[in-house]
Each structure stands twice: as structure tokens, then as C-alpha cells.
Design a protein around this ligand. Structure first.
Ligand code: G1P
Length: 301
């Protein structure tokens, strides 16, 4: 099974930093954001490759996932084996690329990788959200396997006024992940059967406050439906709309996840907070990170 990571956007919110550097290449600690998402995608044993959908103007993404034998050799020669290994690791990941030639929306980006999924179910991981525990895809696969290979999305509760930023699901409680039988309907581990999906509804029209967090396990039918999906919200071809159409023919489930299991990297302030939070809890960086902050009297506000 393949995992698709859309990475074709302009990174407007990070300009001018993203004038020459794709936003997916911005670092979180010592690795580019995209590498966290690729590693998360490859964590379940069912996944045997990642397809990054990018635009032709971002050759840096392709170079990053290519081996660089001369850099590796130079680093080894200089006794920097740890860096050489890190370079080798990035260049050895099973990552392939497809192009989205026009910015026509998330659904269009995913459809651009149709040939790579070979008629099988596939994962979608949006790159603005880093999940260090890598636990969400495993939960979606568990739910899908329990329901005959059905599509599954990860959802989390949000404040009612925030629903218009997301895809939102309608449905009813249909069970739990193994080991989470006693959790409430909107608590991590709850499983819902989906009866409808709406992209960025006005709060008054939202069928629930459970929003799609950016992790999907989708059936081949959704990929087929994307082929003739009409533009929706914002004039873009919406993945959510093709998923909604698939409900006429197939069941779909949602698994509730802890919204704090992921870190936002999609806005400058989210990305900064993510770096700070992850540095503060990473034994490789925490001591020096805090020392640098404390030297200036702490972060106080
Ligand atoms: C996309 C999806 C939306 C989902 C969101 C998660 O929206 O269309 O359904 O809830 O990602 O981040 P975007 O953030 O690209 O506008």
C-alpha cells in the first residue's frame, strides 16, 4: 500500500523564506518537516512506499530524497559518521514523486498520484502536521481492517467556531479501538461510522465539531471519484467532496485522535511553537535549548 503526501503548495504564509526553499524543507529541530511525515507514513508495515505530489518548481524535494554518495564519503572521511548516516538515511527512503501541474486543490493533488496507487487503498498524510508518536496511521489501519478494508479518517474535536477551517464529519458512534472500549464519543479511541462530510462549513451548518486532522486511509473508489470531481469550496477540487460521494456506495469510518498528538507546522507561529516544544522535550537538544533561553531571563510573557 502506498502513502501520498501532497507538497505542491506555494508556502505563501512563510514568504519570503519560501521564495527559494519549499516550505516542506523548513527544519523542525534537525530535519526538514517533510521527513517527519515520510517517516510517519512508512511506520506501518503495510506501507511500502511514499508518493510525494509536488509542483515542478520544487526540485529541492527531489534532491533531498536522492542519495548523495560524495557528501556521505566526505563526512565519513572526516570522522563524522553520525551526519553521514543521516544523509544516507534521507537518500535511501522509498520515496517517489508525481507532479501537480496546476494548483487546483487537495483532491486534484491526490488524483495526480492515481497511477501510483495501482487500484489499492492508500494513505494520505498532509504535511502541515507532524505526529512524532506516529500512532494515527496504525489506528486507522486497525479500524479499516475491522471493517472489511473501509476508508477511515482521523478526526478530533474542535471549538464550534473553528469548524469553518476544516472538513467536518457527521455520523454516529460505532465502536472503539481495541483497549479503548470505555472512552466517551469524542475521546481518543472512539470510532464513528460516517454519514456525511462537509468541507469548511459555517458553524451553524456544521454537522458536528469533529474535524479531519489530515490523516486519511482511502479506498480505490475515492481515487476513482476524484477523476470527475467538480470544484467545490474555494473553487478547488476537494478531497472531502469525493469522500462524501463515496458514501453512496461504501461505508466510511472515523477514529477520534488526541488533537495534541500532532504539532502544527503550517503557519509561522505554529512552526515556531512546534520547534520550541519539540526541542524542550528532546534529550539531544533540551539542556542547551533551555540554557539559551534562561540566559536571557526565560520566556516570560
Ligand atoms: C485540508 C482539508 C480539510 C482538513 C484540513 C486539515 O484543508 O481539505 O478537510 O480538515 O486539511 O488540516 P486545508 O487545510 O488544506 O484548507
Amino acid at each position: 500500500m502506498k502513502a501520498i503526501i501532497p507538497a505542491a503548495g506555494l508556502g505563501t504564509r512563510f514568504l519570503p523564506s519560501t521564495k527559494c526553499t519549499p516550505k516542506e524543507m523548513l527544519p523542525v529541530l534537525d530535519k526538514p518537516v517533510i521527513q517527519y511525515v515520510v517517516e510517519e507514513a512508512l511506520e506501518p508495515e503495510e506501507i511500502d512506499g511514499v508518493i510525494i505530489v509536488t509542483s515542478p518548481g520544487k526540485p529541492e524535494l527531489l534532491s533531498y530524497f536522492q542519495p548523495d554518495r560524495s557528501l556521505e564519503a566526505l563526512l565519513r572521511e572526516r570522522g563524522k559518521a553520525e551526519y553521514a548516516n543521516a544523509v544516507a538515511e534521507a537518500g535511501g527512503m522509498p520515496v517517489d514523486f508525481r507532479y501537480q501541474y496546476e494548483p487546483r486543490g487537495l483532491g486534484h493533488a491526490i488524483r495526480s498520484a492515481a497511477d501510483a496507487t495501482a487500484g489499492e487503498s492508500f494513505l494520505v498524510l498532509l504535511g502541515d502536521y507532524v505526529v512524532p508518536s506516529r500512532s494515527i496511521c496504525k489506528a486507522m489501519l486497525e479500524v479499516s481492517q475491522a471493517h472489511g478494508g473501509a476508508s477511515v479518517v482521523a478526526v478530533a474535536p474542535c471549538a464550534p467556531e473553528d469548524v469553518s477551517r476544516y472538513g467536518v464529519v457527521a455520523g454516529e458512534r460505532a465502536g472503539s479501538l481495541a483497549g479503548f472500549e470505555s472512552v466517551g464519543d469524542e475521546e481518543p479511541g472512539a470510532v464513528w461510522r460516517i454519514s456525511g462530510l462537509v468541507e469548511k462549513p459555517a458553524p451553524a451548518d456544521a454537522p458536528s465539531n469533529l474535524y479531519i486532522v489530515g490523516r486519511y486511509l482511502l479506498s480505490p473508489l475515492v481515487m476513482d471519484l476524484l477523476a470527475d470531481q467538480e470544484p467545490g469550496k474555494g473553487g478547488e477540487i476537494q478531497l472531502t467532496d469525493a469522500m462524501a460521494r463515496s458514501l453512496e456506495r461504501e461505508a466510511m469510518y472515523a477514529v477520534v485522535v488526541d488533537p495534541l498528538s500532532g504539532y502544527d507546522t503550517g503557519t509561522p507561529s505554529g512552526w515556531m511553537a512546534t520547534n520550541a516544544l519539540m526541542a524542550a522535550s528532546d534529550p539531544r537538544f533540551a539542556d542547551e535549548f533551555w540554557a539559551a533561553i534562561d540566559e536571557r531571563g526565560g520566556l516570560g510573557r
